[in-house]
Design a protein around this ligand. Structure first.
Ligand SMILES: [Zn+2]
Ligand SMILES: [Zn+2]
Ligand SMILES: [Zn+2]
Ligand SMILES: [Zn+2]
Length: 154
């Protein structure tokens, strides 16, 4: 009788996407060499959907920006990255969920407020419009469009 082969259970260290934890169709990021979903093809052109880990990391992080702009040193301490964005954007790019490592000690910033009604606008999430130095929340933007679209009475 042939001896039964003992199957040793070796825990397989699977690579996982550092952002969402999936284990299939992975690739490595060019900027930081982390495993990430190879899912850029899921992205529908001009949809601005944020459903692709790969695309999100490439478009919405300082890590990728720092790499594509060929800055020197670490992005966390890069002065060029710091001066490339407004503080609010810089903090968001450095601390959003598309980062493998988040910016330590993000600088404080004054929240952006609507010039008309003073509602705080989160530039990365809210809809807004910008006119010169002024920002308008989506509500005020709509009002302004309505006002402009209103036919002039004769
Ligand atoms: Zn992923
Ligand atoms: Zn990266
Ligand atoms: Zn940089
Ligand atoms: Zn407003």
């Amino acid at each position: 009788m042939a001896k039964k082969k003992k199957t040793l259970k070796i825990p397989v260290q699977k690579n996982r996407c550092g952002l969402c934890g999936k284990t299939r169709n992975l690739t490595k990021t060019e900027c930081c060499g982390n495993w990430i979903c190879d899912d850029e093809h899921n992205y529908v052109m001009f949809s601005y959907a944020r459903n692709s880990c790969h695309r999100n990391h490439n478009h919405y992080t300082l890590c990728a920006h720092h790499h594509t702009e060929e800055h020197e040193g670490d992005w966390e301490s890069c002065a060029q990255c710091r001066s490339s964005f407004t503080t609010e954007d810089y903090v968001w790019y450095g601390t959003n969920e598309y980062n493998f490592e988040k910016l330590p000690d993000p600088p404080a910033y004054e929240p952006t407020k609507c010039s008309q009604c003073a509602t705080v606008i989160v530039l990365s999430e809210d809809e807004y419009s910008k006119l010169g130095k002024d920002y308008f929340c989506s509500e005020c933007t709509d009002k302004r469009i309505m006002q402009r679209a209103e036919p002039t009475k004769k």
